[in-house]
Design a protein around this ligand. Structure first.
Ligand code: SAM
Length: 453
């Protein structure tokens, strides 16, 4: 009764939370299994950012509950953002759940499972659902466990550096699900990075709901540098760490020190994510985004000045309440003009409890869909154009993992964060490798290792 499968929905922060839970469970003697059918316990780590994500997790939980009816010893838990968002009301829809755990309580999962299994070993009635959705001071410091020693090294690893969000965008549920911004001590993060690097990690991605806000309430500026840039500099000094990335930032977090970091810290590579959301100032105001299309455009220019080879990605929401044709046209024109090579394009999803949920002038689904498709086409055009321009060039690639198909190939990323597939032995995993690009599609590149004579 100790095989656990965790299924994760949503963002990298959720992936990281699941990994930390898995590491705690392993330390407690549980076995983590890839195949859900082999598991005695299935934990769903959920997302609440859009309705679709919640519906998927809800459908999955209902399906697993059917399995519970056939085997009452099988346990099902819902963790994370949907648990926090819906609270105990979720039990009206899913009364058979065994565990309901909020975003500040991931580290409590092993104790809760131990308790459930202990109660279950008696022959009494089914124990009540164990629920823990409270806030907990210091919970941001609990997301730190990685894979156990002896496992294959993770070439690329995540480190959660802060939790919560104070930005209060009117469309977003995250302040409710993740709470106020809380940052981890810088020394702890650097120590975690050192341990990962000692274990073979070569790329670290720093994670937070608004990662660029790291430490702004806890730690002072030093030499005009924000705590986030101070942290980047400390990590940059670690020998054998080749690359540092971060997600998800906010455009207003790109202060002059962070822009300069793209010039001064080569391990950052030439890639930045800047969630735009809309190119219309009217809609940006309604979204409570503290920048204009013009100031955003100037920020992109400054980053290109600091690092001319920069690649950019963004997040856009189409169909926000009140988004008139002219507003969408402003988004489309700015999106096309900047020429993003990557983007996460979303149709607005109403989130109960957010200010935008109360706004009038809803955009019909077919209009939102058409706007989404239009942006997708622009994105594909720019992505292909820029990828094709790399054919024939030699790129520095960090090979991260064996490709799933075909066997024998490795998957790596360029400094601009483009995926590259190439034939190479696994011993090159984690080694910076020169790769000549031979083929480009919208989504990825192919190449061959450059062999020096
Ligand atoms: N750091 C990011 C920022 O600057 O806003 C926040 C990351 S957020 C968790 C991920 C993305 O989900 C947002 O950038 C936004 O585009 C999208 N999103 C959030 N709420 C949404 C909603 N109600 N409907 C559609 N997309 C949404």
């Amino acid at each position: 009764m100790n095989r656990v499968h965790i299924k994760t929905y949503g963002c990298q922060m959720n992936e990281r939370d699941s990994e930390a839970v898995a590491s705690l469970l392993r330390a407690r003697g549980y076995a983590m299994v890839e195949d859900e059918a082999e598991a005695d316990v299935v934990l769903l780590n959920t997302c609440a950012v859009r309705d679709l994500a919640e519906q998927k997790a809800m459908g999955k939980a209902a399906h697993l509950n059917k399995r519970k009816r056939r085997n009452p010893r099988f346990l099902v838990g819902v963790l994370g953002c949907m648990a926090q968002n819906r609270g105990v009301d979720l039990l009206d829809r899913l009364p058979d759940l065994d565990l309901l755990v909020g975003t500040q309580k991931f580290h409590r999962v092993p104790d809760m499972l131990d308790n459930l299994l202990a109660t279950q070993s008696g022959l009494g009635p089914r124990p009540k659902t164990l629920v823990d959705l409270d806030a907990e001071a210091g919970s941001q410091n609990e997301i730190r466990g990685h894979i156990s020693p002896g496992d294959a090294p993770q070439v690329s690893a995540y480190i959660s550096i802060m939790q919560g969000c104070n930005m209060h965008c009117t469309f977003c549920i995250v302040p409710k699900t993740r709470g106020e911004e809380r940052s981890r001590p810088m020394d702890d993060i650097v120590r975690e990075a050192e341990e990962l690097v000692a274990n073979g990690t070569r790329e670290i991605t720093l994670l937070g709901q608004i990662v660029t806000s790291y430490g702004r309430r806890e730690f002072p500026m030093v030499d005009g540098k924000t705590p986030f840039v101070q942290l980047l500099e400390r990590l940059h000094a670690l020998p054998n760490l080749h690359r540092i990335r971060f997600t998800s930032p906010h455009p207003s977090g790109y202060k002059p020190d962070l822009v300069a970091a793209f010039r001064d810290l080569p391990k950052l590579g030439e890639y930045a994510h800047l969630p735009l959301q809309s190119g219309s100032d009217r809609i940006l105001r309604a979204m409570n985004r503290p920048y204009t299309a013009d100031s955003y455009r100037r920020l992109i220019d400054k980053l290109r000045e600091a690092q001319p080879k920069m690649w950019f990605s963004t997040d856009i929401i189409v169909g926000f309440p009140g988004e008139a044709d002219a507003d969408f046209a402003a988004t489309r024109d700015l999106f096309d003009d900047i020429g993003f090579e990557m983007a996460y394009l979303f149709k607005y999803s109403t989130r109960t409890g957010t200010p935008a949920a109360e706004m009038e002038d809803r955009i019909p689904e077919d209009i939102a869909e058409a706007r989404h498709t239009e942006l997708m086409q622009i994105l594909e055009k720019h992505s292909l154009r820029r990828n094709e321009a790399l054919v024939g060039t030699v790129e520095e690639v960090l090979p991260q993992e064996p490709a799933r198909r075909p066997l024998g190939r490795l998957l790596g990323r360029t400094r601009g964060y483009r995926k590259v597939f190439f034939d190479a032995p696994e011993r090159l995993l984690g080694e910076l490798t020169q790769v000549r690009i031979t083929k480009a599609t919208v989504a990825a590149l192919e190449g061959e290792v450059v062999v020096n004579d």
